[in-house]
Design a protein around this ligand. Structure first.
Ligand code: AMP
Length: 375
């Protein structure tokens, strides 16, 4: 299969910040970009040559979009599978519909993990009745279309379970055992057309209100846990035949064992620090993989940390950008979103440091400065 070379046109399904950072990497390498999503003036659309505004259910519009590009990738796993199949009929879609279909639905994802002997927390499917003997504490999650803790409840007894399921309109759900983890970690990696896998090591993630808050690289963890995390990630990529950059999110238990929480079949928020800290960012890696090019170097210049900037920082007043930009180590990334809402990812900042902890201290201090009174 011939590689898709600079000068060609790449299509992205979805148009948020992940698409934007992919488009920026593609632009730097001399590619053209078309994006397809229901949104106008989107973060990715602002960078693209063409922003096609359409509904994912409009398969004719998807087909017309696919005809104009050399390869299609995605930045959002909740693309309806029929849209992915319609695009794939016309142009290579990477990663393919199998990876998308499995990972966009928690029940299918967990079943895939269990069937293939990857470590996953104990779970049951809930379709039309609740189990009466599932141990508590547990987490009830909608089976489809959930992210950043949306559509999920921690429950500690049967009554809470009943109430939580009612609040989720008795949709199909997954009930899973609560994992009393020590930490959350992730592996961002890329798999090329020839099956080669490259990775960025293991990242340490802390969350606030179920949303990623700070990522630190490298994670400090036992050698065996590191090896296991990489091996599990490569195994999952192979089984799903992923072509592109994807991420596996893990819970690290106190005994050093790992449990897979989620697979994201696209670049991941925890990988944003690769833009500033690594020769080949997760977005360039995605591009190289989907274009059939050799994958790039993943070594870090130094330890690094990333802090998300959520819409909450726009309250009570516009963030104090001058205060932030006085930090010489800080690289600021904003996603071009007009409206700041609580919980909405508006941008992120990255710092390199002598250690992960040092870099994390810098991003925390810089972010706090955003809320200092302006001049
Ligand atoms: P998710 O949307 O499934 O990634 O969940 C968002 C966050 O909720 C995770 O990053 C964890 O902090 C927490 N969480 C989800 N599932 C579990 C679980 N089974 N045990 C403990 N914490 C969980």
């Amino acid at each position: 299969m011939k590689p898709v070379l600079p000068g060609a046109t790449l299509g992205i399904l979805g148009s948020g910040q992940l698409g934007r950072m992919f488009a920026l990497a593609a632009r730097r390498l001399g590619y053209h970009i078309h994006v397809f999503s229901p949104d106008k003036k989107s973060p990715a659309g602002q960078i693209a040559d063409k922003e096609i505004v359409g509904d994912y259910d409009d398969l004719d519009a998807i087909a017309a979009f696919a005809k104009k590009v050399d390869v299609v990738t995605l930045e959002f796993e909740n693309i309806p599978i029929d849209a992915a199949l319609a695009a794939e009929k016309i142009t290579p879609l990477r990663p393919g519909p199998q990876a998308l279909h499995t990972t966009q639905h928690r029940l299918r994802e967990k079943t895939f993990l269990k069937t293939n002997a990857f470590p996953v927390t104990n779970f049951v499917a809930i379709t039309d009745a609740l189990p009466t003997d599932f141990p508590f504490p547990a987490i009830l999650k909608t089976a489809g279309f959930g992210y950043d803790g949306k559509g999920q409840f921690k429950v500690t007894n049967q009554q809470e379970l009943i109430t939580a399921w009612q609040q989720l309109d008795q949709q199909p759900c997954v009930l899973e055992a609560f994992v009393p983890f020590e930490r959350e970690v992730s592996v961002v990696a890329a798999r090329g057309l020839d099956g080669t896998v490259v990775h960025y090591g293991v990242f340490d993630n802390t969350h606030a209100n179920h949303i990623l808050d700070i990522t630190t690289a490298p994670a400090i963890l036992p050698t065996k846990a590191f090896k296991d995390a990489i091996e599990i990630t490569s195994g999952i990529f192979e089984k799903l035949d992923i072509i592109g950059t994807s991420c596996v999110e893990f819970f690290l238990n106190h005994d050093g064992s790992l449990v897979v929480n989620e697979i994201a079949p696209r670049p991941h928020n925890s990988g944003h620090l690769t833009i500033d800290a690594v020769t080949t960012s997760q977005f360039e890696q995605q591009l190289r993989a989907v274009c059939g090019l050799p994958l790039g170097d993943t070594s870090f210049q130094s330890p690094a940390a990333m802090a998300n900037l959520l819409g909450d920082l726009w309250e009570p007043a516009t963030p104090n950008w001058s205060a932030l930009l006085q930090f010489p180590e800080i690289r600021l990334h904003l996603y071009g979103k007009d409206e700041a809402r609580p919980g909405r990812k508006m941008g992120h900042i990255t710092a390199l440091g002598k250690s992960g902890a040092h870099a994390a201290g810098i991003v925390r201090a810089a972010r706090a400065a955003l809320q200092s009174p302006g001049v």
